[in-house]
Design a binder for this molecule. Structure first.
Ligand SMILES: *[C@@H]1O[C@H](CO)[C@@H](O)[C@H](O)[C@H]1NC(C)=O
Ligand SMILES: *[C@@H]1O[C@H](CO)[C@@H](O)[C@H](O)[C@H]1NC(C)=O
Ligand SMILES: *[C@@H]1O[C@H](CO)[C@@H](O)[C@H](O)[C@H]1NC(C)=O
Ligand SMILES: *[C@@H]1O[C@H](CO)[C@@H](O)[C@H](O)[C@H]1NC(C)=O
Ligand SMILES: *[C@@H]1O[C@H](CO)[C@@H](O)[C@H](O)[C@H]1NC(C)=O
Ligand SMILES: *[C@@H]1O[C@H](CO)[C@@H](O)[C@H](O)[C@H]1NC(C)=O
Ligand SMILES: *[C@@H]1O[C@H](CO)[C@@H](O)[C@H](O)[C@H]1NC(C)=O
Length: 811
């Protein structure tokens, strides 16, 4: 619709049939006119609307009206609602408005009215809704307003009012529910609000109100925005106000005032609070307030509130939290697990926080709107952040990325790179080298892949080292019944001189904090941590082996430690803490195959990190995702695992049955080579449930026949993994609904049998002429998953078969 002028309306003709026009029962008089959003522009001329002298309701909102004719004011005899919101009316609002003495609702918001609010408002005795916000009214709210005692909603926000607030305002409006004075420069005292018995929404933000909060909290307040004023006094005065119902309050903003003292000791009465801002006041030094009961909280702003001490871990229980601002305080300790799912804005800048930025948080940052960790003593591995982000949101933090993903690449990049990043990396690198040098002096450097971590200190003065210690995961709780953690040794096979104790493990895992939990395996939870000496380790709590004696466990573990192969995750040590047994492995920093293929957990993708800027030098630096699109890489994983199993089956005496070959047991080390974990643990244990994981168990082991696992059941499990690598599909899924096609194995085998291999291949694989080899590999999977164990090839044979389908050099 184009621009229509009000002159285009012919008001002398009968109009009762027009859209938006409402007439009385006799069809004689127009009593209602709704002309909202019709692009009406200019002045309302004489003898148009002004002639509709029985008009009760007029809505001209959302047009481009700039002013009125003189006869407009004669409508006052009958008009009950007038809406001129969102127009361009300018100039002074004449005292004629006082003619509208039966008016119940007046909305002049979003216009360009200037001058003072007319004193004749005092004549609007019936008015309930009065909105004149977003104009340029100056001066004061006229005293006459106090006569409008039927007011329910009053909004004068965002004007240029700078006078004093009428004395006795509160007492005059027992029915007022909504009061918005925000964004003016109104001078007044808090006591002037007392008497607002029905108030639900109070917004007096950005004005010049003084006094204590005592008089303000009353009525049925749901929303209280008192921010950016000069309220003073003790904040807990709010709390002494009797007959105020805290449970209704869901929005409280007291920020940028001059409040003193300590927060209300117990905020728990305000259980429905969704928005709490206490920022920028003059509170006394204090600890973090108790917030656990505020489970609906979506916004928490405690910036500049003089809090110190730790950020409580209970903050992770606030499941709806979207914004958390704790900046400019003296908070210390580590950043706790934040339950990051809903978090969009996080500001922890300018505190005294230490330690590593939790991985769960780092991986979440790219999805967040805003974050700031600057000016703390934090370390982190900014693997998935751009250099620019690091420079603006982590000012003063130490980037402690292990040079893990590809050391060669790193060297190459160092040589090529120009500009600031190069210098930055060089400085960081030399710092690491220095620290590593120190370490080598102290501990001796035998392992070549020791992690380059900055967190190398021993917890000599750690306090909580007296047990018993109890820990919890989602599915288990466990206890380490030791008296003194420092008296329980940790055995690290290759580094006996380190003299580690259980206290070091507690320190490395922040007391087995959930934050460090990386998996819940067959034997129990698995944690990660960095032990003194920079050893980045995975710690497996073996919850289900308590029937064995310490001696048996130690013997078994020492035996396992001797089993070494480039495709096995090495066991490097253990700790017997009371009847709690913990085995220790090198940490595999590139995740496992299940995560990689099916994205079950976030990938800590080290290969697309800060030195990704120059990505044209070979396949290795294009990132794990890209690598996974090549058959060459998938083949390498399959062959590596086949080698590991062949070694366990045929290279060890007696041979070792893995019993749980599956994608999540296959890890990627720093060179992106596959490594099998969980082998040979306590094979003697009578555990009937430990015959493998769903989807990977061969028919002869499945209940009810349930024979013992054999070498050939490992072969079956390997076949399933091979199918996963080729098809990209999960072993069990809702997709397999058919009577015959119940899982990945029956689906893939069916396709091989019908000679339809091409359908099975993961569309993500960029074939590049390797189709025949991939189809051959699928047939190897077919052999491995034969129903009859005797028909399955040995792992030795499988290694040979896989080598035959190795991709040619440039694929
Ligand atoms: C409103 O009217 C003025 C002049 O009458 C014109 O300049 C302006 O573009 C119009 N605005 C809209 C949104 O129609
Ligand atoms: C006036 O009209 C605007 C736009 O149509 C609407 O949002 C507003 O609620 C109306 N005002 C009143 C008081 O009904
Ligand atoms: C309000 O603002 C006007 C114009 O800026 C100024 O002249 C007047 O002194 C101010 N009044 C008060 C009470 O600050
Ligand atoms: C208070 O009013 C101001 C100005 O209209 C607005 O920006 C602010 O969001 C309001 N506060 C609440 C809690 O609605
Ligand atoms: C916290 O409150 C302060 C003071 O009102 C404000 O400046 C800051 O932007 C707020 N932070 C967030 C994240 O909203
Ligand atoms: C920060 O923490 C360190 C040690 O934990 C302490 O020595 C220092 O005084 C703290 N700084 C501030 C500003 O609180
Ligand atoms: C983080 O906070 C610091 C200190 O207030 C500031 O200098 C920096 O610009 C902020 N960075 C971002 C990304 O907001």
């Amino acid at each position: 619709m184009g621009v229509v002028s009000l002159y285009n309306f012919n008001f002398s003709s009968p109009v009762c049939s027009w859209q938006g026009v409402f007439c009385d029962a006799q069809h004689e008089n127009v009593i209602g006119l709704v002309a909202s959003g019709l692009s009406l522009s200019g002045f309302i001329p004489d003898t148009t609307i002004g002639k509709l002298n029985k008009l009760q309701s007029l809505d001209l909102s959302n047009n481009n009206i700039t002013g009125f004719s003189s006869d407009f004011w004669s409508l006052g005899k009958s008009l009950k609602t007038l809406n001129l919101s969102c127009n361009h009316v300018f100039g002074i609002l004449p005292n004629n408005i006082g003619n509208f003495d039966v008016l119940e609702s007046l909305d002049l918001s979003f216009n360009n009215f200037s001058g003072e609010i007319p004193a004749s408002f005092s004549a609007l005795l019936s008015v309930q809704v009065l909105k004149i916000d977003r104009n340029q009214f100056v001066g004061s709210i006229p005293l006459g307003i106090l006569s409008c005692q039927n007011l329910v909603s009053f909004d004068v926000s965002s004007n240029l009012l700078n006078g004093t607030f009428p004395v006795g305002f509160g007492a005059a409006f027992p029915k007022l529910k909504i009061l918005n004075l925000a964004g003016n420069e109104i001078h007044g005292r808090s006591s002037q609000f007392s008497g607002l018995k029905s108030i639900t929404h109070l917004n007096i933000s950005r004005n010049s109100f003084h006094g204590s909060l005592m008089h303000v909290f009353q009525g049925q307040l749901e929303v209280a925005d008192l921010s950016h004023n000069h309220f003073q006094g003790h904040v807990s005065q709010v709390h002494f106000k009797f007959n105020f119902n805290w449970s209704l309050l869901h929005f409280l903003d007291l920020s940028s005032n001059n409040l003193v003292g300590e927060f209300f000791h117990d905020l728990s009465e305000a259980q429905n609070l969704r928005h709490l801002n206490l920022a920028n006041n003059r509170f006394s030094g204090q600890h973090f307030p108790r917030i656990l009961k505020l489970s609906s909280l979506e916004y928490l702003n405690l910036s500049q509130t003089n809090i110190s001490g730790d950020i409580p871990t209970e903050i992770s229980k606030l499941g709806s939290l979207r914004t958390l601002d704790l900046s400019m305080n003296s908070l210390s300790g580590r950043i706790p697990y934040l339950g990051t799912n809903s978090l969009q804005v996080l500001d922890l800048s300018c505190n005294n926080l230490t330690g590593e930025v939790p991985f769960s948080l780092l991986s979440k940052l790219p999805q967040m709107k805003r974050f700031n960790f600057s000016y703390n003593n934090l370390t982190l591995c900014a693997s998935n952040l751009s250099g620019k982000t690091f420079k603006t949101a982590f000012i003063g933090s130490l980037n402690s990325c292990p040079i893990a993903a590809n050391p060669d690449l790193f060297k190459r990049k160092m040589a090529k790179h120009n500009g600031g990043l190069k210098l930055y990396l060089a400085v960081t690198l030399s710092l690491f080298c220095f620290l590593m040098g120190l370490l080598c002096l102290v501990f001796g450097c035998r392992r070549k892949n020791t992690m380059w971590e900055a967190k190398l200190l021993r917890p000599r003065e750690e306090k909580n080292i007296s047990g018993p210690f109890s820990f919890e995961t989602d599915s288990a709780s466990w206890v380490a019944d030791v008296k003194l953690a420092t008296s329980v040794p940790v055995v690290i096979f290759e580094k006996p001189l380190l003299n580690l104790t259980f206290a070091d493990i507690l320190f490395a895992t922040s007391h087995f904090d959930r934050e460090t939990l990386i998996a819940e395996g067959r034997f129990g939870p698995v944690y990660r941590g960095i032990l003194p000496g920079g050893m980045h380790v995975a710690l497996k709590a073996l919850l289900h082996v308590s029937t064995m004696t310490d001696k048996e466990v130690a013997k078994e573990l020492e035996h396992l430690a001797c089993i070494k192969h480039p495709n096995l995750v090495p066991l490097i040590g253990y700790c017997l803490a009371g009847d709690q047994r913990i085995s220790i492995y090198n940490y595999m920093e590139n995740g496992n195959l299940q995560i990689l293929l099916h994205g079950v957990q976030p990938i800590e993708d080290w290969s697309t990190n800060i030195w990704e800027e120059n990505t044209n030098s070979g396949a290795q630096n294009v990132g794990l995702e890209e690598l996974l699109k090549t058959w060459r890489f998938r083949h390498k994983l399959a062959l590596g695992i086949a080698r590991a199993l062949a070694f366990l089956h045929h290279g060890c005496s007696p041979s070792i049955i893995h019993r749980d070959v599956k994608a999540s047991s296959i890890h990627l080390d720093s060179n992106l080579d596959p490594r099998l974990s969980g082998f040979g643990l306590f094979s003697g244990l009578e555990d009937h449930n430990a015959h493998g994981s769903p989807g990977y168990v061969p028919p002869e082991v499945v209940q009810p026949i349930s024979g013992p696992p054999t070498l050939k059941s490992d072969v079956y499990g390997f076949g399933v993994v091979l199918f996963e690598l080729i098809t990209g599909k999960k072993p069990l899924d809702d997709d397999y609904q058919d009577e015959k096609v119940v899982n990945l194995v029956s689906w893939a085998r069916g396709l091989v049998r019908r000679n339809q291999c091409a359908i099975a291949i993961d569309p993500k694989i960029q074939r590049m002429g390797s189709d025949t080899q991939i189809e051959e590999a699928l047939r190897i999977g077919y052999l491995c998953t034969a129903d009859l164990p005797t028909k399955r090839p040995s792992m030795h044979q499988i290694v040979g078969l896989l080598k035959d389908v190795e991709p040619v050099a440039d694929q």
